[in-house]
Design a protein around this ligand. Structure first.
Ligand SMILES: [Zn+2]
Length: 453
């Protein structure tokens, strides 16, 4: 199966920043075999796609999400992170595998329609008797057709032990470690073409015991999988860590061996300059979530400083309860705007922002050798955007059109060479059915909460 995309602009996002004003891509099976300027050699066996007026970029990589939150969008609208969590935890504690499946399909469809080919989900709510929630979201990702890094999350620090979540929303340490190891055994694919990987992901310093943080790191390192958690999202978290541990969130993680090149951390908004330097030296990655940080008024992450220090910085939409839009391309623009609000108009270029959404994200997941740029030998994860319509047609620079302009129509999305989106429509599932299922699942969740004594 050979696929040729001809006549399009190409932003390869490779190490040299190679771009072609008019070029072609050749895809054989699940790999890219050629990316170059000019027309492709004629081959009658190939399926050809006319790329005129389109821009090809690597498929976008989403480094942080919580699919289940799709069912609790639009709540706690004026709350800080801690207020928002306290309001939502009791609702989330009523989640089960069936509701997770509906939420995950809605979240995944939104990601695919916004150019995402690889996504993370950080799932840390496993209610007793809720069924196999992790299996439900893995099945949803398989069905929608996105490459999936499932983070087996966890919380073991309930309110009675000084944590933030209610006791009925947390698990005990031994069952968490056993379930996480079982997920690695059952699902983790270490091969370079993997569609599914597992990471170990305790939720945050204020919902997880120190022992769970240590044992999670030990488990991940024994099994050769990556580590993920939330860090330094708000000033309240900083205060919590100072009171409980006598140090900043970054110092706390550093002491636990969690600043390292096999770790990526969501948010990292409140980092002192010495912490930024530590991230650079240790090559700790960051999943920057600009819309979510704005929605919760958390602050602006020092993205430019982190990149300058040498820390990889990818992008995340974050859970849909703090980013109701749930689309990935708009996060590229949002990252650019926030970096400039913090550091002025030269703080981040359109091309740096696109790199964060692609190759930097691949680096966060340890997959820069096979994902994140359009180069021969890499996996055929490609987004083809229309830049020939009202929103973009008059801009001569197609990358500027994509990043500064309105969300570009997605002409084609390939994951491992397989078409997932064509002509702005999802090919792998019915958008109408997904929307209906999500609406019914939301109602069921609300009814469960209303039925509580
Ligand atoms: Zn999050």
């Amino acid at each position: 199966m050979t696929l040729v995309i001809d006549g399009c602009a190409i932003a390869t996002v490779d190490g040299a920043g190679t771009e072609h004003a008019q070029g072609h891509l050749v895809i054989d099976g699940d790999r890219i075999t050629s990316v170059a300027a000019g027309a492709a050699l004629h081959s009658s066996a190939a399926t050809r796609i006319n790329g005129r007026g389109r821009l090809a970029t690597p498929g976008l990589v989403n480094c942080h999400h919580h699919f289940y939150q799709w069912l609790t969008r639009g709540l706690a609208q004026q709350s800080t992170l801690f207020e928002w969590l306290v309001e939502l935890y009791p609702i989330w504690a009523r989640l089960d595998a069936e509701l997770e499946y509906a939420a995950a399909r809605a979240a995944l469809a939104g990601l695919a329609l916004s150019g995402c080919t690889t996504t993370v989900d950080h799932h840390y709510v496993f209610p007793h008797g809720g069924g196999d929630v992790l299996a439900a979201e893995i099945e949803a990702a398989r069905q929608i057709g996105l490459r999936f890094h499932a983070c087996r999350g966890s919380m073991d620090l309930g309110r009675s032990r000084g944590g933030l979540p209610p006791d009925d929303a947390v698990e005990d340490l031994d069952s968490i470690l056993a379930a996480t190891e079982a997920a690695i055994d059952r699902y983790h694919d270490a091969s370079s073409s993997a569609m599914l990987r597992i990471a170990v992901a305790p939720c945050s310093p204020f919902s997880v015991s120190e022992q769970l943080m240590r044992e999670s790191a030990a488990l991940a390192r024994t099994r050769g999988v990556r580590l993920h958690t939330h860090l330094a999202e708000t000033v309240e978290e900083e205060r919590f860590c100072q009171e409980r541990f006598g140090c900043t969130p970054a110092e706390y993680l550093d002491g636990l061996g969690w600043l390292a090149d096999d770790v990526w951390l969501a948010h990292c908004v409140h980092l002192a300059p010495d912490a930024v330097a530590r991230f650079g030296v240790t090559r700790t990655s960051v999943a920057h979530c600009p819309s979510s940080n704005g929605r919760l008024g958390a602050g602006i992450a020092p993205v430019t400083d982190l990149l300058a220090a040498g820390a990889p910085v990818g992008l995340g939409v974050d859970g849909a309860a703090s980013n109701e839009a749930g689309r990935l391309l708009p996060e590229v623009r949002q990252a650019l705007l926030l970096a400039r609000l913090r550091g002025g108009p030269a703080a981040l270029t359109a091309r740096q922002a696109l790199a964060m959404g692609t190759v930097e994200g691949a680096r966060c997941l340890g997959r820069q050798d096979e994902l994140g740029s359009l180069e021969p030998g890499k996996l055929a994860d490609v987004a083809l955007w229309r830049v020939d319509r009202l929103g973009h047609a008059d801009m001569a620079d197609p990358v500027a059109a994509l990043v500064f302009g309105p969300p570009a129509p997605l002409e084609l999305l390939l994951v491992s060479g397989r078409q997932v989106v064509a002509g702005e429509a999802l090919l792998t599932a019915s958008e109408r059915e997904i929307a209906g299922d999500a609406r019914r699942a939301h109602r069921r969740l609300v009814e469960r909460v209303e039925a509580l004594p």
